[in-house]
Design a protein around this ligand. Structure first.
Ligand code: ADP
Ligand code: G3P
Length: 493
């Protein structure tokens, strides 16, 4: 029989569902991917069909198992879009409503009320989060209030809640395991991140019965075994983490002060702050980075809603380009934007501004402004926003940023990487594997089944593909950034 030397990671993201089989060295061996349709039922509402997510997960998982041979797979790791909420009937396993996605703003009126009631300090102290409809709690509350019979069924203990990790685990194990991990739990706004347990006061505030909630486990743990009726094979699920925290693991940011920044549709930067949570004074989030082998590491996180999505807008909205990759040549074709700034606040501004009413703007246009300048301004905006986050992180932690490890689809763009390094005045390390989210889930699962002995062994797998070093005079850097700050002031609501 073949040796079980691979780990299969399921990466259920906002726009796609992927499965990737990794060798213990961290090298991807096979993968499969399926796009996920987005459902927009109303202004500011975003949903996913949980059955569609499930079908896609089964399809990509089976496809990768067939490619590598199921006997070679030792364990499964799950990573997922965070905060997105699913509520289902425990008996039938059927969701009572579509999944309400992290981007969905329907919880905003409840958030407004909680803010008016002065609850932000206690919520921030317990959960590390700021009151915003981004997190799961208001989404669960909405389902219980608006789906006929849901509240009563929940009170009778008949309904279960889960973020996508939990929903997939429930289905994969044939309804036997209802569990989540510390990182996903930390994004619900119901979890006390100091005790790593659900908090009764918050459950009362949001009207969520404790019986709905999954058990919280470490990132590398026994999450049960898959039911062969679901994916044709019984395999241990041994790792689980929300996608941004999985990237922290995949980037081996195991030391305090280390930062990873992921550039996909949005951008999420996390700095490891070690065993003690640092409560932000600069409107960053405090979150669980990971809990592995009994050790908890906390992180401060900055979330930018639009990064690669600005490039998609250039392509699909403005039709200035045909492919994302063209932006690199266009940005290089001009010496600068000529004072043009694009602020892509299409759905408001995320960290550190948290201004949901702000909207985007293209500023500083002249007769010389052409497509290249606008494209370059869109790429620069991602870097300026990263600098906003880094400044807030330094102010919160007192830790100087020494370097940044990057991943996500946008980091293929060498021009962006160089500009980022220039603007932050720090080296930017791009790893060989830029699918670090899936890699992190695989590493957690490998630790979970003992194929990797410890974090040191996991960290040894991280390999740098290229280092971008700063190469811009300080005066130019500060002049460009001051222009960005002025642009931000112009668009604040
Ligand atoms: N060469 C490139 N230059 C700039 N942006 C890019 C490039 N390649 C991909 N992107 C952007 O990266 C994003 C895709 O990254 P990915 O990590 O797959 O996103 P997600 O997981 O959020 O769906 C898209 O928004 C795309 O526009
Ligand atoms: O699915 P992604 O990669 O866009 O990530 C979504 C984040 O987890 C939301 O917090």
């Amino acid at each position: 029989m073949a040796k079980a030397d691979l780990i299969l990671a399921i990466d259920q993201g906002t726009t796609s569902t992927r499965a990737i089989a990794f060798a213990l060295s961290g090298e991807p061996q096979a993968s499969a991917q399926k796009e996920l349709p987005q459902i927009y039922p109303d202004d500011g509402w975003v949903e996913h069909d949980p059955e569609e997510i499930w079908r896609a997960t089964v399809e990509v998982t089976k496809s990768v198992l067939a490619k590598v041979g199921a006997a070679r797979v030792a364990a499964i790791g799950i990573t997922n879009q965070r905060e997105t909420a699913v509520v289902w009937d425990r008996k039938s396993g059927k969701p009572v409503h579509n999944a309400i996605v992290w981007q969905d703003r329907r919880g905003a009126p409840l958030c407004k009320k909680l803010l008016a009631d002065g609850l932000e300090p206690v919520i921030q102290r317990k959960t590390g989060l700021l009151i915003d409809s981004y997190f799961s709690a208001t989404k669960i509350a909405w389902i219980l209030e608006n789906v006929a019979g849901a509240r009563a069924a929940a009170e009778r203990g008949e309904l279960a809640f889960g973020t996508i990790d939990t929903f997939l685990l429930w289905r994969l194990t044939g309804g036997r395991v209802h569990a989540t991990d510390v990182t996903n739990a930390s994004r619900t706004m119901l979890c006390d991140i100091h005790r790593l347990d659900w908090d009764d006061e918050l459950l009362r505030v949001f009207g969520v019965p404790r019986s709905m909630l999954p058990e919280i486990r470490e990132n590398a743990a026994d999450f049960g075994t898959t039911d062969p009726r679901e994916i044709d094979v019984a395999l241990p699920v041994a790792g689980m983490a929300g996608d941004q925290q999985a990237a922290v693991i995949g980037q081996a940011c195991f030391q305090p002060g280390m930062i990873k920044s992921t550039y996909g549709t949005g951008c999420f930067a996390l700095m490891n702050t070690g065993a003690t949570p640092v409560l932000s004074k600069n409107r960053l989030l405090t979150t669980v980075g990971y809990k592995l082998q009994g050790e908890t590491a906390y992180a401060v996180e900055g979330s930018i809603f639009i990064a690669g999505a600005a490039v998609q807008w250039l392509r699909d909205g403005l039709k200035l380009i045909q492919q994302a990759g063209e932006t690199e040549r266009l940005a290089r074709s001009v010496r600068g934007t000529g004072g043009v700034y694009l602020v892509p606040a299409f759905t408001g501004l995320g960290a550190p501004y948290w201004d949901p009413m702000a909207r985007g703007a293209l500023l500083g246009l002249t007769r010389d402004t052409g497509i290249a300048e606008i494209v370059r301004a869109a790429l620069e905006a991602v870097c300026y926003q990263t600098r906003d986050l880094m400044s807030a992180m330094v102010a919160d932690t007192g830790t100087e940023v020494k370097s940044l490890r990057v991943d996500g689809g946008m980091v293929r763009n060498d021009w962006v990487m160089q500009f980022l390094s220039d603007l932050l005045a720090v080296p930017i390390g791009r790893p060989v594997v830029i699918e670090t989210t899936a890699l992190g889930a695989a590493m957690a699962a490998a630790l979970g089944v003992g194929l990797l002995p410890d974090l040191k062994a996991a960290a040894a797998n991280w390999q740098q593909e290229r280092l971008f070093n700063p190469d811009m005079p300080a005066e130019e850097r500060e002049r460009l950034y001051a222009g960005w700050q002025a642009a931000i002031r112009r668009i604040r609501s």
